[in-house]
Design a binder for this molecule. Structure first.
Ligand SMILES: Nc1nc2c(ncn2[C@@H]2O[C@H](COP(=O)(O)OP(=O)(O)OP(=O)(O)O)[C@@H](O)[C@H]2O)c(=O)[nH]1
Ligand SMILES: [Mg+2]
Length: 357
């Protein structure tokens, strides 16, 4: 799936850059354009992709300090400029646009959903959000912002691919210490998803293509991604159980939203050397995903890669009705309430965050 990426805010810019680097290093060429947008000038200067500074008149290049309403307002006034800087690449090559942002801050949290809304107005191709949720140890402002931003992003986007900052960080790392590692993990997993369908070698019937990614995400709402890899034997017969067990690991122990397994639709991509992949293993793994997700709509396909390993990438689409999402919205609501009581005891209620769907 050929994509144009627009990172909004600090996390959005850094994750976008990681995706660009991964795509380039792997020679996938799925990322056809990238732009980082922020109200903080210094954060943009740290990046080596194209950038656009917004809101200079309001915050003088210093960011919005977690004020996501201000972030939304600034984006509202700047969409023209942002689109001008990315438009050519969307029009000519992209099959989807992905707006990338940390949902807990200000510029990305408020700005990304606004930008998505504007992109939807202009382009026919799907507009996705890649949203990063704050980790558990991040403060109330971030949790509350994330809830509000997520709700708007779900409404505006064709799908919100969600990554919990606690999901892929190294054990013992705090969220902040773990950013590089988390961003690499996001880049590898989401980068592989983008590259699915862009494979050039060994193009056979079983090879996954872009339309399968897009059709899987068509159920809308929120999507999550799981990934695992392991050494493969040279003999495909010996890889039947390897493929089923790597698929189990991807879904049960390494999804971007821990503990989410139920889905409306799913896609299982098995990546590896075509000579090592066992059809029987791939089909068994796909049926296992059907069982585990409770979905009747599980697509599957191979991703030919010159590697001694085999990897499973599982996309779960339509996961917003899961218990995990309830917990996230409850946490956001409590955080929003605690903040309102601190600042203005009369405004205790926050209907804003009541239901996600
Ligand atoms: N995965 C990941 N998360 C990050 C990174 N940088 C910040 N975050 C997370 O993003 C959220 C904060 O959002 P930022 O992107 O820093 O905020 P912003 O959009 O720049 O908005 P303002 O700074 O308020 O103007 C927090 O939940 C952070 O944990 C990063 O490099 N990687
Ligand atoms: Mg910032």
């Amino acid at each position: 799936m050929k994509v144009a990426l627009i990172g909004v805010g600090q996390a959005g810019g850094k994750v976008t850059q990681s995706l660009v680097e991964f795509d380039y290093n792997m020679d996938f060429n799925a990322v056809r354009g990238a732009l980082a947008v922020n109200s903080a000038e210094a954060d943009l200067q740290n990046l080596n992709i194209d950038t656009t500074l917004i809101g200079r008149d309001k915050v003088k290049g210093h960011g919005v300090g977690g004020d996501n309403e201000l972030g939304a307002e600034i984006m509202q006034q700047s969409t023209g400029e942002v689109l001008e800087n990315i438009d050519g690449r969307i029009t000519s090559e992209a099959e989807a646009v992905v707006v990338v942002a940390g949902l807990g801050g200000g510029t990305g949290s408020g700005g990304a959903p606004r930008l998505v809304q504007e992109l939807q107005r202009i382009y026919e191709i799907p507009i996705y959000t890649l949203g990063v949720l704050p980790g558990d140890d991040e403060g109330a402002l971030y949790q509350a912002n994330a809830g509000r931003s997520l709700k708007t992003a779900v409404r505006e986007s064709d799908s919100v691919m969600l990554v919990d900052n606690d999901a892929w960080r190294g054990s013992g790392d705090s969220v902040a210490e773990g950013y590089d590692r988390i961003n690499d993990a996001i880049a590898q997993r989401i980068g592989l998803l983008f590259a699915s369908g862009e494979a050039t070698e060994g193009v056979g019937e079983s090879v996954v293509d872009s339309s399968e990614v897009i059709n899987t995400l068509r159920s809308g709402g929120i999507s999550a991604i799981g990934y695992a890899a392991t050494e493969a034997s040279e003999d495909p017969e010996e890889n039947v159980t390897t493929i089923t067990s790597v698929t189990r690991n991807a879904l049960l122990t390494s999804t971007s939203l821990p503990d989410v397994t139920d889905a409306e639709s799913a896609l299982l991509v098995i990546a590896g050397d075509p000579d090592r992949l066992s059809r029987k293993g791939v089909e068994r793994a796909r049926r296992w995903v059907e069982d585990k997700t409770g979905s009747m709509e599980v697509r599957g396909g191979d991703f030919p890669l010159d590697s001694g390993k085999v990897a499973a990438l599982v996309v779960l689409s339509g996961v917003e009705r899961s218990e995990k999402l309830n917990e996230i919205m409850e946490k956001a609501k409590m955080a929003a309430n605690s903040q309102t009581t601190e600042t203005n005891p009369d405004e205790y209620t926050n209907d804003d965050l009541d239901s996600l769907i």
